[in-house]
Every structure is written in C-alpha cells, then in structure tokens.
Design a protein around this ligand. Structure first.
Ligand code: PFF
Length: 445
C-alpha cells in the first residue's frame, strides 16, 4: 500500500479544513436562509446547534478519519462492513451537493468579471440583471464549467500541494474583506434595524421548519454529516491536537457566517430591500452597497467576488475530494482518473440545476433540480448522516477507543470529553431525529 499523503504543515491542515467549512454556505446561504426564516430566532437556534451538535460531530469525524487513516467509506468499512452504507451515503451526498454548488460558484466567478465590466454603473438594474443572468440557459453553464475545471486542477494535484496552498493564501484575505464590508454597512443610515433583525430573537414565528433549517445550516456550513471531515482527518498526523483544531474551525466558520450577516442585513435595511429576497441576496445587495460608495466601490466589489469565489473553491474541492478519495481508496482509480470521472458526473447534475432557474427540466413536487439537490442534502442527508456517524462512534467504536484517538494516546487531557461522549451517544442522535421528523411534518420551505 502507498504511504498515505499527509498535510504538509499544521497551519495547512487548519486552513484547508476551515476552508472547507467556510464557503458559499456562510456567505451566500446563511444570510438568505436567516432572512427567510425570520432572522434572530433562527440565528439563535443555529448558534446553539453549532455549539452542541456541530462541534461534537466535527470532533467525532476527525477522530474517526485519523484513527483508520481512511476516507469516508473506508473508515466505516474497515471497522464493520455493515456500516459501509454510511460512507456510501456520504459519497452520494458529495455528488448531490456538487450538483448545485458549482452553479453558484460559477455565478461568483462571473460576478468578478461583471463588476469589472461596469455592473455598478447602473445600480437600478443590478437586481434585474441578476435574474436575467441566472435564468439564461447557456451563460451560467459556461461559468459553472470554468469553475469546475479550476476544482479539477486543484484536486488532481493531490492533497497537500493543491488544496493546502489555495487555503493558506486566500482565507485571510476573505476575512479582511468581509470585515471591511460589515463596517461600511454599519455606517449607513437605519442600519441598526438590520443588526436587530439578525440578533434579536422573536420566537413567536419559530416552527419545525425553522428549527430544521437551522440544523441543516449548521451541518452544511461546518461540512459535516457526509464524511468530508472524516476524509480530511484521515490525512492528519497523529501528533495533531484534534480538540484545538475542531474549536478553531468551528469558531472561524461561525464568525464568518455572522460577519456575512452583518455585511448584508444592515445595508439591506438601509436600502429597503426585503430580508426574504432569497438566493440572489449577496449578488444583489453587495453590488448595490458598493455602487453607493462610488470610486473605491468597484475595486472593493471586485475583491469581494474574488474572495467569495475562493471561499467557494476551498469548499468545493473538499466535496470533490470526498468522492475522489472514494474512487482512489475503494476503486483503485488513479487520482487523475478519479477527479475527471467524478467531475464529469457533477457537471451533468449542475447543468440540470442551472437550467432549473430558467424553468427548464424535470420537476419534483413543483421544485426544480437545484432546489431538490439543496433540499435533499442540507435538510435530510447531512443531518441523518451526522446522526449515523454519532451512532457509529458512540455505540460501535465506543468511548475508550475514541478517547485514545482524541487524547493522542493519553498525552492530552480534557475534562469535557465525558460530556462530548454523552452528546454524541445520546443527545445528537435523538435531537436530529426529532428535528428532522418535525421539520418534515411541517413541510419544507
Ligand atoms: N461547508 C461548505 C460551505 O459552507 O459552503 C459546504 C460543504 C463543504 C458542505 C463540504 C459539506 C461538505 F462536506
């Protein structure tokens, strides 16, 4: 057997794993999902899930991956063949998320060029030009393919040189730009209404759908429930501190989501844009915000969409990596062949997703391909996957073995690990089951 590739450095792993977590989920999805689910109460519930569920599941995934040094499917299969399906569902989930994610990645890429070409010159048409763009049957598909090709280029080079280098350089840039936008938004008149919308919970509007949306968002945003962090953990050296890494990545992801909210809602309230505006939010609000600024606005908007594209890339390469690692580990494909095979299938799914914005293609329950892939993954597969991962770790692997991995054979010690184990063995599975059933009974959005 080949020696398993490992991350080139400690900072490389953190940046790549944080890069996987921080992506369109934080900057594109979090704000519009919060907007559609009533704001403050959604954010509050989301934060509780991040702390109680997200952190615990991430630690579990890292431990499972590093323990066997095998990616999603192998990590289950090598322990007990009957659990292989959990890994397989994760790989399928990777395909499905990559069936819509690159469409939005392509939008972000296109917007870099749209801004340079003068998008901000006519602020009144920014909204309508976004609608015209995404419903076009051809152009967004071309951008999606360019976006996927960049993913192929990164993933086919292998773990440490490609993914790691991209994450190391570009993540800090993203953070700085977001802080700048948030500060600008907060100085606008009436912007405090946006802060209130985001942070003042109104629980009267909370129902099963809102709670499920918050749980799904927590899993999606932290890249959990489909074996992505198991796969990344499998490349991690035995000396690394799993608890510290998990804490840092969870915190970073949450900060970026909240910053994205702060970058958008104050400006929206100031401009009188509805918080329920939907998936176009970041592609409409941010350009309008920058258009207001005149001169420097163009440069800043360009930088923003570069950062958004990069954040999307460091996440989608991790999704692609889950599928690629499966083909390499389980099907003995070369890395190149695995990457090209996986991305070809993803490109086909994405064509359906992109066309669905123009009303073209098959529908299920009145929803097009894009919405179906999104709904299936973020509202069902990831949460259920996270539950299965916890059941597997808590009941099959057991406390002693997991603690050995997490404490690096007893060289580290943490008093909260008893609580963590109780959470993954009982609380997380029961919570996911209740929230999923309630949300589904209430009907999806
Ligand atoms: N966490 C990514 C984001 O927030 O955009 C999306 C994602 C990546 C989900 C990897 C799941 C995953 F395995």
């Amino acid at each position: 057997m080949q020696k398993r590739e490992q991350w080139g450095s400690k900072i490389g792993f953190i940046m790549a794993a944080a890069g996987s977590a921080v992506g369109l989920g934080n900057i594109w999805k979090f704000p519009f999902t919060a907007g559609q689910n009533g704001g403050g109460a959604f954010v509050f519930i989301y934060l509780i899930f991040i702390v109680l569920v997200g952190f615990s599941v991430m630690l579990t995934e890292f431990a499972l991956g590093r323990r066997r040094q095998l990616a999603a499917v192998g990590a289950f299969k090598s322990e007990d063949r009957r659990w292989t399906f959990v890994g397989i569902v994760g790989v399928l989930c990777g395909f499905l998320i990559m069936g819509f994610y690159p469409v939005v990645g392509g939008w972000a890429l296109a917007y870099i060029f749209k801004v340079v070409a003068g998008l901000l010159n006519n602020p009144e048409t920014i909204g309508s030009s976004f609608d015209a763009f995404i419903t076009n049957p051809g152009i967004p598909i071309i951008w999606m393919i360019i976006y996927l090709v960049i993913n192929i280029a990164i993933v086919s080079r292998g773990i440490s040189s490609g993914i790691e280098r991209a994450g190391k350089i570009l993540m800090p840039l993203l953070l700085i730009i977001l802080i700048g936008i948030a500060v600008k938004g907060l100085t606008l008149p009436n912007s405090f209404e946006g802060v209130k919308f985001l942070f003042k919970p109104d629980f009267s509007a909370v129902d099963g759908k809102v709670v499920l949306a918050a749980l799904g968002q927590a899993f999606f945003s932290l890249s959990l429930g489909m074996g992505c962090m198991i796969t990344y953990g499998s490349y991690l050296s035995k000396e690394e501190n799993l608890v510290g890494n998990t804490g840092f990545i969870t915190a970073m992801d949450t900060v970026v989501a909240l910053l994205a909210g702060l970058a958008m809602f104050p400006a929206m309230f100031s401009f009188g844009i509805e918080p329920t505006a939907g998936p176009g939010l970041v592609f409409v609000v941010v350009p309008i915000l920058f258009a207001e600024m005149g001169g420097a606005g163009n440069t800043l908007a360009t930088l923003f969409f570069i950062a958004l594209t990069v954040a999307a890339l460091t996440s989608s390469v991790s999704l692609l990596e889950v599928v690629v690692a499966y083909f390499i580990d389980e099907r003995e494909f070369s890395r190149k062949k695995a990457t090209v095979t996986a991305s070809t299938i993803m490109a086909i799914l994405c064509i359906f997703s992109s066309l669905s914005f123009g009303g073209i293609g098959p529908k299920l329950f009145g929803k097009g391909a894009f919405d179906i892939f999104d709904l299936l993954t973020d509202k069902i597969f990831l949460a259920i996957g996270g539950m299965m991962i916890c059941l597997f770790a808590g009941w099959k692997i057991g406390k002693e073995e997991l603690l050995k991995e997490i404490t690096n054979e007893g060289t580290l010690s943490y008093s909260f690990l008893n609580i963590w184990f109780f959470l993954i063995k009982y609380i997380v599975p029961v919570t996911v089951a209740i929230v999923a059933v309630n949300g589904i009974l209430d009907g999806f959005h």
